[in-house]
Design a protein around this ligand. Structure first.
Ligand code: 1GP
Length: 254
């Protein structure tokens, strides 16, 4: 368990060096032990920067087990990507404290955070405050339904841009553009580009990235960190080439 700002600092350092990063998203509900072990083995060998764990709605109690497996099989930091305060586990290294700034649901802007705050403080987890934006990925996702919010339309880059700018001005430390897990279309490049140009915060992009080409495009448009979940559950062998496509987009080598 880390208690310093290790993960965020590392993320900033890699960004400063122009090193693009990749996170594998593990949905604890879908975990089949042998498959997870195989994915973790691939991740360990493929220069994966973080493993995100969480989901908009979980019906099984498997987060802790996932963290233990990640610990046993890799040296990759385990970062909680929680859908609710029920997904706080001190066994992880860090947690993304998501404020759903694309929506107008006060519970997900501040309400749940108030509930979670004392638990987070006690957990000793590194807390990384994150401006979370849902972008319409062509179909309703669990995230959009459960959050009871309207995602930003994919052709309204200016809304995403202004929202991210406001998030930065409010002091959030990361911006996460998410098409939602299993999105038909990943976050459009003009949206990524506009947000990239308008803020200097590290930019995470995920949702519907199901090929090395799409991952590469998102990086070229300005993403610093790509999150991939769904497709790796179906085709774990893609992990290596997706990682290579992201990392080969290195802008500055220092
Ligand atoms: C969802 O960004 C993540 O919150 C990953 O999405 O599962 O579609 O890769 P996928």
């Amino acid at each position: 368990m880390l208690v310093d700002n290790g993960i965020y600092t590392t993320l900033l350092e890699k960004k400063a060096k122009g090193r693009k990063q990749m996170a594998v998203l593990v949905d604890p509900d879908k975990v089949i032990p042998q498959q997870l072990d195989h994915l973790l083995e691939l991740a360990q060998g493929a220069d994966i920067d973080y493993i995100f764990i969480g989901g908009s709605l979980l019906v099984k109690d498997q987060i802790k087990e996932c963290i233990y497996r990640i610990r046993e099989r890799t040296s990759i930091p385990a970062v909680l990507f929680p859908g609710s305060p029920l997904q706080i586990y001190s066994e992880a290294d860090a947690i993304l404290l998501l404020s759903l700034i694309s929506g107008r649901n006060p519970e997900l802007l501040i309400g749940q955070h108030v509930v979670a705050a004392p638990y987070l403080k006690k957990s000793g987890l590194e807390v990384i405050s994150t401006g979370y934006l849902l972008i319409d990925g062509g179909k309703p996702t669990t995230a959009s339904y459960m959050s009871n919010t309207l995602p930003i339309p994919g052709d309204k880059a200016e809304i995403a841009m202004c929202t991210a700018m406001a998030g930065e001005m409010l002091g959030l430390k990361l911006i996460y553009l998410d098409g939602g897990s299993g999105a038909f279309q990943p976050v459009p490049e003009p949206v990524i580009r506009s947000v990239r140009e308008a803020t200097s915060l590290p930019l995470i992009v995920g949702g519907g990235i199901r090929s090395a080409k799409l991952a590469h495009r998102a990086v070229q448009a300005g993403a610093d960190l790509i999150v991939v979940g769904n497709i790796l559950e179906k085709e774990p062998s893609l992990l290596g080439e997706m990682s290579a496509a992201i990392k080969s987009s290195k802008v500055i080598d220092s």
